[in-house]
Write a protein that binds this ligand. Structure first.
Ligand code: SF4
Length: 355
């Protein structure tokens, strides 16, 4: 049995400053001054589990987690709140964009700080975590809105909460009759698999709701033996796991890399659900590929690999205009790099600049 102490110790071993990265020759000392500007804006956390592979030159892991000077290049179309969470936030911690479901964000801390994160302006700062009075207001909001069928715990990463806090939170949500589904958005099974303890499983199983895990993984390299064990433990205990990925330049934007990721998921009983075109978060241009190429990449999978492996390509239309599955029918390039979408929320036509 893995104790809570073990995963906390493991988390404490992650690399969180530039000197640690320089000591392991992950970043050159000559870049430290520029990278300090990045670190001052967007925090660093590199999981202990990936350090050896990054030192050996694994690019898919390094590009996702090691800061780059490109992150302080901000484009005019990049936004602090790219998917418009604040537009749909009636009370702190809740985003109520679609009628039958809410996002609930109890923490902004994570087991890793991804360099492309769409909430990078918020994550890592514990001052952004919801305080207990406001958490109560958030729960009361869910209680008073009978149309809420699903609560999606996200953040940050809800599985970095301690067992005690998580248990209390889940007990509160479990007491709400009209909520039937509890979904966790998490990177934990991949970046901190030791967190998937017996006691965590028990806490999840103790709720009287249908629990789903949407695990965030972007490359087949993240399916380490430890991650496979953590995923199997969830699934063997009756907790279904789906995969959410981000389509990222140099990480999973070739047919070979993408097929390898998607097949790894199915081989581990994880169903690919969404692959997101990267949101327009600040300083993330170096992760985006042309949208036209993204559409072609996903289209090319059909017929090549089992339909079980194929996710929907998703865009969260900036400004809080909702998510759509992208294909040649739902996205139109009106002129070079200018794309038109129709909001699924109210049918509004939205124009967005993408490469
Ligand atoms: S784990 Fe998720 S919320 Fe945290 S930094 Fe990565 S993408 Fe952002």
């Amino acid at each position: 049995m893995i104790s809570e102490k073990n995963w906390a110790k493991e988390l404490a071993k992650s690399l969180i400053n530039l000197n640690q990265l320089a000591e392991k020759s992950i970043v050159p000392a000559s870049d430290l001054q520029d990278l300090q500007k990045v670190k001052d804006t967007f925090d660093i956390r590199v999981p202990n589990l990936f350090i050896d592979d990054i030192v050996k030159g694994n690019n898919a892991l390094a590009k996702q987690f090691i800061p780059s000077k490109n992150e302080i290049i901000f484009l005019p179309e990049e936004l602090e709140d790219p998917i418009g969470d604040s537009r749909w936030s009636p009370v702190e911690g809740i985003v109520h964009r679609y009628p039958d479901r809410v996002l609930f964000k109890p923490t902004y801390l994570c087991g890793v700080y991804c360099r492309f994160c769409f909430r990078r302006n918020k994550v890592s700062d514990s001052a952004n975590n919801i305080k207990s009075d406001n958490a109560k207001i958030a729960i009361d909001y869910i209680k008073s809105h009978k149309e809420i069928w699903e609560v999606i715990l996200t953040g940050g990463d809800p599985l970095v909460l301690t067992d005690k806090i998580l248990q209390k939170l889940l007990e509160e949500i479990s007491s709400i009759e009209h909520v039937k589904i509890l979904r966790f958005h998490t990177r934990i099974p991949s970046v901190l698999p030791s967190r998937v303890t017996d006691s965590l499983i028990q806490i999840l199983k103790n709720t009287n709701k249908s629990i789903w895990i949407a695990v965030h993984m972007n490359s087949s390299e993240e399916f380490t033996e430890e991650a496979k064990t953590a995923l199997a433990k969830l699934i063997d205990n009756g907790i279904p796991v789906v995969l959410q990925s981000v389509l990222l330049k140099d990480i999973n934007d070739t047919n070979i890399q993408l097929v390898s990721l998607l097949k790894s998921a199915i081989e581990n009983r994880v169903k690919p659900y969404y692959i997101h075109y990267p949101d327009l978060a600040k300083g993330t241009e170096h992760f985006r590929i042309p949208l036209k190429r993204a559409i072609e990449l996903i289209k090319g999978l059909r017929g090549q690999i089992s339909g079980l492996c194929i996710p929907h390509l998703i865009i969260d239309i900036p400004g809080g205009n909702g998510k759509i599955a992208i294909n040649t029918h739902t996205a139109r390039e009106s002129k070079k790099n200018t794309w038109e979408f129709e909001s699924p929320l109210d049918g509004t036509k939205i124009t967005v600049q993408y490469p």
